[in-house]
Design a protein around this ligand. Structure first.
Ligand SMILES: [Zn+2]
Length: 87
């Protein structure tokens, strides 16, 4: 297995833990960049979880701008864990 394929495989297994630094690259270009990820606990996501949905969403906080509105209900595909992407 080549090094790059191995790295890509490991990266695809990344699990975002609450408080992890991630890079957002989703549908709002103005907000692309670093954020702190926590599980989204809005009423919609909590209800989806209660009904057994595996569709985990994230709540993203800008650690450098406390006045920025957090991003809610962000799909896992829209973020990359910084620990693997930032080295
Ligand atoms: Zn939500």
């Amino acid at each position: 297995m080549s090094e790059s394929l191995f790295s890509a495989l490991i990266r695809s297994l990344d699990i975002v833990e609450p408080g992890d630094l991630v890079i957002y690259h989703g549908s709002i270009p103005a907000r692309h960049g670093f954020h702190i990820a926590t599980p989204c606990v809005c009423p919609h996501c909590l209800l989806a979880g209660e009904y057994g949905s595996e569709d985990l969403r994230y709540h993203l906080i800008d650690p450098w701008d406390e006045t920025a509105r957090p991003l809610r209900c962000v799909r896992p595909e829209s973020i990359t864990l910084c620990a693997s992407a930032c080295d």
